[in-house]
Design a protein around this ligand. Structure first.
Ligand code: G4P
Length: 548
């Protein structure tokens, strides 16, 4: 059951205004579509960096494991680039980075729980690609509004109509073009702004850092049209079709996640980037109310303007120095105001925590955060007490909904080269499990712990980190497990019978939930048939003990 909050907006002056000017979003794309380039250009236009190349230089090797590990060793790099806050036209923009490699998709899914909107980058030559499909599915779970940027129009790419058609049919989201390309590749002249009746002029090779793109209206468009009649004629025909199909922008459809405004551009040429910032400011929602459990299954919506501070941890990252086990918990503020040194209640343990040293991530440097509001992300240093999904509040006992764990697809056992190190191994796995680097399952029957991952690279990172941070040399061996399902059953007696009969295939996760580990899909199907009253879940929420 869910109840609307009865709390009134905070009397604290300025809280509502601070919330209204915040935009928190992530960029999603298939690798190579131009996410890093767009991120960099957004920061450039937002005045957060002075020079192109800053973000690019920090981009990790996306394909070679060794490169990635090398970069990850200098952990500060990825911590600092995870969240970037900057101001644009009186808006405070929080841009959350998502790992590009599909093996870290679980991390990406969690980041997407912390945003209010997303910018989807599509490579105009390639169209909708595999990773984009998956990421969009996750956005859809929360009805996250999506702004689409079709990139690389400075190249010979696919026809715009064909691209929109593909987005609509594959991603099941309606497109409302806001700009439309005039030519492409060598004959790319710019874009026509459908809502503004203007033309944004593209001048190839003119990399004007932060400068304004030339905007043509009336007669100036006419002159350009005379010079490039073919490109304009083509555009006229396409726009007629688009308008005829009724693809006009409706803010409500966008906010509900049914429709995406589409922009065409070329990130590397700074072209069309400012339109994205404008769209974020004008259309993307400010921090939204979030549903939280208040007791048992009862929930309420926590509104961002509520005066008491609340929020949740959506990502944990080991800190820069591997010799010190302190970690940074990435915390999304959901209501109230964070101020330095404030005391908060840690919902999972019931303890009070003093948050004295949080950092806010200003573009590429970390600075100490003095205050933060709903939508902002703060980094809280801790020594393992904070886990993904944990809520911190100014007293109220609540837990935010919707921070998912996904059933892993890959399973391994860690075998020690030095059997005397088993204590360190367990500690390492426990901590890395809490951090969300890997999922850890303890079999009910005797046996070694099982590790579950969504991507192979996760195992390699854990193996590497066990060695460097815990001094444990372990070999990871593939386990004979196909998939995992969290099990619950409203009938306790029935559940006990199920557990007794299936003990060898059952394990506990870090939160003590019962998990069924199936060796193949046939076995899972048969077991589900045999135990119809038992519910098998492919996802569960962080920090949430599953109710029977
Ligand atoms: P990603 O983060 O989504 O993986 O993509 P990234 O920004 O790294 O861009 C992937 C490649 O596409 C890069 O080329 C980048 O320069 C190029 N690119 C990005 N935007 C545009 C654009 O608007 N037009 C064109 N023509 N190319 C674009 P690269 O060769 O892989 O890297 P680099 O040598 O340029 O650094």
């Amino acid at each position: 059951m869910s109840t609307e909050s009865t709390e009134t907006a905070a009397p604290a002056s300025g809280l509502g205004r601070q919330v209204a000017r915040r935009r928190t979003f992530a960029i999603i794309s298939h690798p190579d579509a131009g996410k890093t380039t767009l991120t960099e250009k957004l920061l450039l236009f937002g005045g957060a960096i002075q020079m192109a190349g800053t973000v690019k230089a920090r981009k990790s090797g996306r394909y070679a494991t060794s490169d990635w590990l090398e970069v990850e060793k200098q952990r500060g790099i990825s911590v600092a680039s995870s969240v970037m806050q900057f101001e644009y036209d009186d808006c405070v923009i929080n841009l959350l980075d998502t790992p590009g490699h599909k093996d870290f998709s679980e991390d990406t899914y969690r980041v997407l729980t912390a945003v209010d909107a997303a910018v989807m980058v599509v490579d105009a030559a390639k169209g909708v690609e595999e990773q984009t499909i998956k990421l969009l599915e996750v956005c859809r779970l929360r009805h996250t509004p999506i702004i689409t940027f079709i990139n690389k129009l400075d190249r010979e790419v696919r026809e715009p109509l064909e691209l929109l058609d593909e987005i609509e049919s594959v991603l099941k989201i309606n497109c409302a073009p806001v700009t439309w390309p005039i030519g492409m590749g060598k004959s790319f002249q710019g874009v026509y702004h459908l809502l503004d009746d203007s033309v944004l002029r593209f001048v190839p090779g003119e990399e004007k850092a932060g400068g304004d793109v030339e905007v043509l209206r009336g007669q100036a468009i006419h002159y350009l049209r005379e010079r490039h009649p073919m490109e304009f004629e083509r555009m006229d025909g396409e726009i007629e079709l688009v308008r005829g199909a009724g693809a006009t922008f409706h803010i409500d459809d966008f906010l509900e996640g049914y429709q995406t405004p589409v922009f065409f551009g070329s990130a590397i040429n700074n072209f069309g980037v400012r339109e994205i910032l404008r769209a974020l400011k004008a259309w993307a929602p400010p921090p939204q109310p979030r549903e939280a459990y208040v007791s048992g299954t009862e929930t309420r919506f926590v509104h961002p303007e509520e005066a008491p501070f609340t929020g949740f941890v959506f990502k944990i990252q080991a800190n820069m120095d591997p010799n010190h086990r302190d970690r940074i918990a990435f915390f999304r503020v959901c209501s109230g105001k964070y101020s330095q040194g404030m005391k908060v209640r840690h919902r999972r343990t019931g303890k009070e925590i003093k948050v004295a040293n949080a950092v806010v991530f200003m573009a590429n440097e970390r600075t100490r955060s003095e205050e933060a509001y709903a939508g902002d992300i703060i980094g809280i240093h801790n020594h393992g007490q904070l886990q993904i999904g944990d809520a911190l509040t100014e007293g109220e006992n609540l837990a935010f909904k919707g921070i998912p764990y996904f059933a892993p697809d890959l399973f391994c056992r860690a075998r020690l080269r030095d059997p005397l190190k088993s204590k360190q191994l367990n500690k390492g796995l426990q901590e890395l499990g809490e951090e969300g680097a890997i999922q850890v399952f303890t079999p009910m029957a005797a046996g070694m712990v099982l590790l579950g991952a969504v991507g192979q690279l996760q195992f390699e990172v854990v193996e590497h980190r066990l060695k460097t941070e815990y001094g444990v040399d372990a070999v990871f061996e593939r386990a004979d497990v196909h998939t995992a399902r969290w099990v619950t059953c409203p009938d306790a007696v029935h559940l006990a019978e199920f557990v007794k009969a299936n003990q060898v295939r059952l394990a506990h996760d870090v939160d003590d939930n019962v998990v069924y580990l199936s060796p193949n899909s046939v076995n899972l199907g048969l077991t589900m048939e045999r135990w119809p009253k038992v519910v098998f879940h492919a996802t569960r929420e962080h920090g949430q003990k599953l109710a029977d």
